[in-house]
Ligand binder design. Structure first.
Ligand SMILES: Nc1ncnc2c1ncn2[C@@H]1O[C@H](COP(=O)(O)OP(=O)(O)O)[C@@H](O)[C@H]1O
Ligand SMILES: [Mg+2]
Length: 1078
């Protein structure tokens, strides 16, 4: 998410004033108070216009985090509270976007935080500029050059534990996109005297301590060093250890940094060899030795150290030894060798050590430049960062301080020039009338120092080159003559009598009134230091070394290039390089960081007003403010100005529709600000007096409060309304949800009911189906089982014979069959005759065949009967039918019957048709005669029998006289009701007639026949066939017979056989007729 850009201003929540330009009243006290107030509130940065004043907090503040970087990134300079990042951002952006080369000038005294500031600038730029593997490598190399240079060029001093002992200017080069391409470092005037001697409480350069603490034993051994600091004369014993500094760890950091920057392993090795050699040089000691010519000569006390140095550096020991003892002076083809006394020998030794070290340092810078230089030839934009020693005012100020202060004068000059120029340019740009500004121009001091004829540096060079005895005193004398009248030069000895009585100014000193204050310089050492002499014998010895680095450090030692001209003096060298620097800076857009040291104790939270006051003075900060405020104290572009104050005027609040400038004009007009207080530029409003601005600010603050109330009011109203609308909307939503819910519920209910009903139906259907299916299944199963059983049975049946279990039965059946067979075969043989009356039947062979045997007998009998019957004619059949009928009627009922069986029924016993005697009878009877026989008719009165012919025709029963053949009585068959007879062996029978019929008038007939059975049977059959009525035949030994009107009982009794076999009939009385049967 893009961070919301909040437009703020430097003026918001200001502690004191964030910009000194706004300070009112402007004087030293208010200036310091403002700084102090801000410092006490951890505001270490304050502006003077675009200049940043930085007070060293001496503790780490949480204001350099990546979040802070983001906060300041791409914001306008005055938008946020003062910060070094704001300046860095401004510089970087105007480099990138406006194509203006930049320089960042960091000044301040030792320990004021210059080096830290330069690192902060670099790290900020590194954080905001382009990214990518290549770019990152360049950044890394640029950043890592710092630890290397710090190790070799920084030392602990009383003022600063990590004091840079050289000036450094670094150009960072960017491409058109603002991505870093590389860089160039220039170094100025390393404080090389520190190599051989350090003031009390200070240390030599860090690298010596770092090697001894951090290198491995093996490496130390290689460098022929021992870990013990006290072994080395060049290492001051005071504060060999610095609190909070881990030399060993730093050594690793340095080696790592060297690697990143691009040092080869052998290069690193050589560098450390040179460092070791320098350290060991300090241990070479000399002792005096008197020579015959009376001159003192020096001798090396202990050659062991020398030997080791030579081994380490590949120098011929004898050559070096000689160089420490003799000095060859060449003049006009003449070589003069003079011996060195002990003091000279020590001087030579120290000079060598200092030269070795300072040249090594310069070589390091060159080497780093080689690594970090931009690889392309494209046009570069440059940002220069100058971290140079600030003004130094010590108790004893020497050549170094002089040089340094000179440099600071130059920087001040360029500052004034550039600031004024910029100011003027802005006025012109904005079309504001330029009023001349009163300010102190330090050009005069610069001239005092650098003037080619009368300048102090020129005097010094002149003295150094002058033949004859040259001392520091002669130099001072010269100064006293030449500069006596100079306003800023002070000396006791000068011709100007002003200082004759100034006891604060010793005789061996001169004082310069720098722009930042007066500094008194001890003249002692000026000449020497300016000469910076190294005996030629030494440089030649070095050049001869079998060590490529050392050889390269002393090119002048090459005899082939012998140059009799003196090398340039330190002063002139410095002057030249400062001139180059100034030229360089003038082409760039300057950005200033003025570092101030709040106390001498390197302590946090302490604000030493006197110390700060002193720095403010020599940094010329008040001057700075004055210059900045010369015309107008405050300026601001119209847009932000309108934006900030538009609420002060009804016409511009809340929106101004026209151009910003017009808005501001209206605004200022309405506020009634006096016209002389402001001026309208092309793009900015210029406010002359800070008071006006503060008035505006106060009004704004007041108005903001009102507005806040208004906004709060509107906001509350809005909030309530929104809340209400929301509630309303919510209510609708809730109601709709509730309704929906209710609908849903009822729907669900209906649905679930439907589902239940449906499910019951489905269940029922399913169960039905299931039942059917189950039934079907059971049927199938049953069929299957039956089939299975059936098949089983069949199979078993088929296979039963193969089973032994059935054997018994089989045998049994077989035996049975055999027996039956035998039985039937025997029966066949024994069959009786076919006569139905044959009673023979073979005996039963076995008991179990009893029923069979009987059955068989019965069947056989039936069969032969049938056979027998089959032989009958129809006539015979009829006879047998009658016989059968007779049997049914009389068998076992009448004793006469058995005797009748054997007699064939003939019927016509009388041949009526043939016998002429019966011709008349025959004619009378035209029907077929079934029976014709002679019977005895019993006289009802006496029981006497009379023969009669009995005829039976189809319809009638006739009785006719035997002799005449006249028909005596004729009875239709229909009138015969009954026939009665006895059960005994007699032939009597009575024919009962129907009462009232014609025949019945004479009463029933009582007859006797020999063929009673036949007669009765035929009568029965004929009646049956004619009348379809069964004739009643009564067999009884007593029955009633109708005689005329009387009924007579006929009684059969057992009689005697006196009359033979004929029965006798006797009428006993009216009512009884007795028949005696034998
Ligand atoms: N911005 C800062 N925040 C915290 N400590 C600082 C800051 N600037 C400087 N210091 C402290 O002050 C010491 C001296 O600073 P340095 O930059 O080396 O001074 P100079 O280069 O001016 O001599 C640093 O080692 C550090 O401890
Ligand atoms: Mg420094």
């Amino acid at each position: 998410m893009a961070k919301m850009e909040v437009k703020t201003s430097l003026l918001d929540d200001m502690i004191g004033v964030g910009d000194m330009v706004l300070l009112e009243p402007l004087n030293e006290d208010s200036f310091i108070n403002n700084l102090k107030k801000r410092f006490d509130h951890n505001e270490v940065y304050t502006y003077i216009g675009s200049v940043v004043i930085s007070i060293n907090p001496y503790r780490s503040l949480p204001i350099y985090t990546p979040e802070k970087v983001e906060e300041y990134r791409n914001r306008n300079f005055y938008e946020l509270s003062p910060h070094i990042f704001a300046l860095s951002d401004e510089a970087y952006r105007s480099l990138r976007d406006q194509d203006k080369d930049q320089c960042i000038l960091i000044t301040g005294e030792s320990g004021a935080g210059k080096t830290e500031a330069s690192k902060l600038v670099m790290s900020y730029v590194a954080a905001v500029c382009g990214k990518g593997a290549e770019v990152n490598q360049v950044k890394e190399q640029l950043l890592q050059s710092n630890p290397v240079l710090e190790a070799f060029g920084n030392a602990k001093t009383v003022r600063n534990d990590n004091s840079s002992r050289f000036g450094k200017y670094m150009d960072i080069e960017f491409d058109f996109k603002g991505d870093p391409l590389g860089g160039v470092i220039s170094n100025y005037l390393l404080e090389k005297s520190r190599v051989v001697k350090q003031p009390r409480g200070e240390r030599n350069f860090h690298i010596f301590y770092q090697i001894l603490s951090g290198a491995s034993e093996e490496f130390l051994c290689k460098l022929k060093l021992e870990r013990d600091f006290s072994r080395y004369n060049y290492l001051g014993l005071d504060s060999a250890k610095v609190n909070g500094v881990d030399d060993a760890a730093n050594f690793r950091t340095v080696r790592n940094a060297m690697q990143i920057v691009g040092f080869m392993d052998d290069e690193t090795q050589s560098v450390f060899e040179v460092v070791a050699a320098v350290l060991k040089l300090g241990n070479i000691e000399f002792k005096p030795e008197s020579r015959a010519n009376g001159l003192d000569e020096s001798k090396i006390k202990d050659k062991n150290e020398l030997k080791e140095i030579c081994e380490l550096t590949g120098i011929d020991q004898s050559v070096l030894e000689r160089a420490f003892s003799f000095r060859t002076v060449e003049a006009k083809q003449e070589k003069v060798s003079t011996t060195l006394n002990v003091a000279q020998a020590y001087y030579a030794r120290d000079a060598l050590a200092k030269n070795l070290y300072s040249r090594l340092f310069s070589w390091l810078v060159t080497r780093i430049n080689e690594s970090i230089k931009a690889q392309t030839k494209v046009r570069k934009k440059v940002m220069g960062v100058l971290d140079i020693y600030g003004f130094e005012i010590f108790e004893d100020n020497s050549f170094e301080q002089f040089i340094i202060n000179y440099c600071n004068e130059k920087l001040q000059q360029i500052f004034i020039e550039l600031t004024l120029k910029e100011e003027q340019e802005e006025y012109i740009r904005e079309g504001i009338e330029w009023t001349n500004i009163e300010y102190f121009n330090n050009a005069i001091i610069c001239d005092l120092i650098e003037n080619n004829q009368t300048g102090i540096l020129a005097m010094l060079d002149e003295e150094c080159l002058r033949p004859g005895t040259v001392t520091d005193d002669t130099f001072l004398e010269k100064l006293n003559q030449v500069c006596a009248t100079h306003q800023h030069f002070e000396s006791r000895m000068s011709k100007c009598s002003r200082f004759l009585n100034d006891t604060s100014l010793p005789h061996s000193c001169f004082r310069i009134q720098h722009y930042a204050g007066k500094v008194m310089y001890q003249v002692e050492g000026f000449v020497d230091k300016n000469n910076d002499l190294l005996y030629r014998d030494l440089s030649q010895a070095m050049w001869k070394a079998n060590h490529s680095l050392i050889k390269a450090l002393f090119p002048e030692g090459n005899p082939a290039k012998i140059n009799l001209k003196r090398p340039p003096t330190a002063g002139s060298q410095f002057k030249a390089s400062v001139a180059t620097l100034m030229k360089n800076l003038q082409t760039k857009n300057p950005n200033y960081i003025r570092c101030i040291k709040p106390n001498d104790k390197k302590a946090a939270h302490i604000f030493n007003e006197a110390l700060v006051c002193h720095q403010i003075r020599y940094l010329g900060l008040l001057e700075n403010v004055r210059v900045r405020r010369a015309g107008y104290a405050f300026r601001q572009a119209y847009e932000p100005c309108l934006e900030r104050y538009k609420m002060l005027c009804t016409q511009t609040w809340p929106h101004w529709r026209g151009p910003a400038r017009a808005g501001v004009e209206v605004l200022f007009d309405e506020l009634g600000i006096p016209e002389e207080e402001f001026s309208f530029g092309r793009s900015k409003i210029f406010i002359r007096n800070p008071r006006t601005l503060f008035k505006l600010e106060d009004l704004r603050k007041q108005r903001l409060e009102d507005l806040a109330t208004l906004i709060a009011k509107i906001y509350r109203g809005w909030k309530c309304r929104t809340h209400f609308l929301l509630m309303k909307k919510s209510q609708i939503v809730i109601a709709s949800w509730v309704r929906r819910y209710a609908q849903q519920k009822s729907y669900q209910k209906t649905k679930s009911s439907a589902i239940i009903v449906q499910s019951y139906i489905r269940g029922w259907k399913a169960r039905k189906l299931l039942r059917e299916l189950k039934h079907l299944k059971r049927c199938n199963e049953a069929a299957t089982i039956i089939a299975a059983y059936w098949h089983g049975t069949q199979v078993r049946r088929e296979y039963r014979k193969f089973f032994r279990a059935n054997a018994g039965r089989k045998i049994y059946e077989f035996t049975l069959q055999r027996l039956m067979q035998k039985y039937f075969l025997e029966m066949k043989k024994k069959m009786p005759s076919l006569s139905p009356i044959d009673k023979n039947w073979p005996a039963r062979p076995y008991l179990f065949l009893d029923s069979t045997h009987k059955e068989l007998k019965r069947i056989f009998h039936l069969w032969r009967c049938k056979k027998y019957r089959d032989q009958f004619t129809d006539q015979q059949k009829l006879i047998y039918e009658e016989k059968l009928e007779a049997s049914e009627l009389f068998k076992d009922k009448k004793a006469l019957y058995p005797a009748s069986v054997g007699q064939p029924f003939q019927g016509a016993y009388l041949e009526i048709s043939e016998n002429p005697k019966y011709k008349k009878l025959k004619d009378a009877v035209d029907e077929k005669i079934i029976i014709a026989e002679v019977v005895n008719k019993i006289n009802r009165a006496n029981g006497k029998a009379t023969s009669r012919i009995f005829l039976l025709t189809k319809n009638n029963v006739l009785l006719a006289d035997q002799k005449s053949g006249t028909i005596k009585s004729e009875v239709p068959l229909g009138d015969v009701t009954k026939v009665s007879m006895s059960s005994q062996n007699d032939g009597f029978f009575a024919v009962h007639l129907k009462e009232g019929s014609e025949a019945a008038s004479k009463g029933d007939f009582l007859l006797s026949s020999d063929h009673l059975i036949e007669m009765a049977t035929k009568l029965y059959r004929t009646t049956l066939s004619q009348t379809k009525q069964k004739l009643n035949i009564e067999i009884s030994d007593e029955f009633l017979v109708q005689f005329k009107q009387d009924k007579v009982c006929v009684k059969f009794i057992q009689g005697s056989q006196k009359n033979g076999n004929i029965p006798t009939c006797k009428r006993k009385n009216n009512r009884l007729l007795e028949v005696a049967v034998p």
